[in-house]
Write a new protein. Sequence first.
Length: 379
Amino acid sequence: MSDLVTPPRAEVRIDLGAYRRNITMLRGRLVGGAQLWAVVKANAYGHDVDHVAQEAVAAGARRLCVATLSEARHLRQGGLRVPVLIMGPLDEPSIRRALDLDVSVTVLSDAMAAAVERIAVDGTRRGRPARIHLKVDTGMGRWGVPLGGALDQLERLDALPGVEVEGLMTHFATADEPDTSFFELQLERFTDLAEAARVRVPGLTIHAANSAATLLDERAHFDAVRCGVATFGMNPTQRDAAEFGLEPVLELRSHVADIRELQPGESTGYGRSFIATEPVRVAEVPIGYADGVHRALAGVGEALVHGARCRMVGNVSMDHVSLLVDADVAIGDVVTLLGRDGDASISTEEHARWMDTINYEVTCGLAGEPRLLRVHVSS
């Protein structure tokens, strides 16, 4: 039977102790005094930013990185006063609001640079420096000022009144791929730029590495690394997390709400995609695609009951999945969709392979409360 006296419909269990240990392990890999900055965007990759952000700081993260103004505002409203960097694009009014929150912004286009210049010269920020990081496109082909004009842009921004250029950054396109040739090219380009930038604008914080680059090559550590997925115990290369000593932080659980005995020719779920060819037992589990259990899992995904793997059958619906189960399964038994049950486990990497995606999407796609209750533990 379930270890939950009155089982919730479904829950996400987050092990904050594992999260802290992952950060400690990653910090131990850094060279040259590099800092670890914790990326907590997208509700901490689905792990509940309200708890995770506090733990990141306690574990030694020197800065928190987010994607949007609203995410930065949420951190400040929660009482966190540590340095925060918004890494996504902002229009001019949003840049002003971000600076008023005392967070740093990433200048990742010529248009944003022009907006920062207007903010600097209008004189409204006297006594409150506008802290910025300049992002350079070394090959990602998405955000960042052109490599060729980056040094001149850096100097122009640094010369503006009331502007403090804190950092110079880039982002790697293929650090998580087996072929490292393009990563090497980007790293070479950025290293050359960083060396020149340190001369032109002393005191810069140079940063480039995401989780994959942090684990791949210490040359990418520079002054700081920006780690997200690895802090949550997920492997950025989509292989086994234990390869790097990472501990999964998140478990997803539900329970058996009902059991059906199907006879040959009978089906379960929409579309009759599963029709029994022999007598079978099917457990009905109250969790579905509205909770983040993707329809692509139908017929291929598995869950654990009593430490045994049970295949998902029939179409995944908005609120329910069906599992083929053995005779010893009963109503109320725990169903583990992500995490460990006894000696068996299902990882986000395995879950992602069933969905033909990456582990990032698995946790980021999990619904918030009240659909999925968040339970925090500390192992």
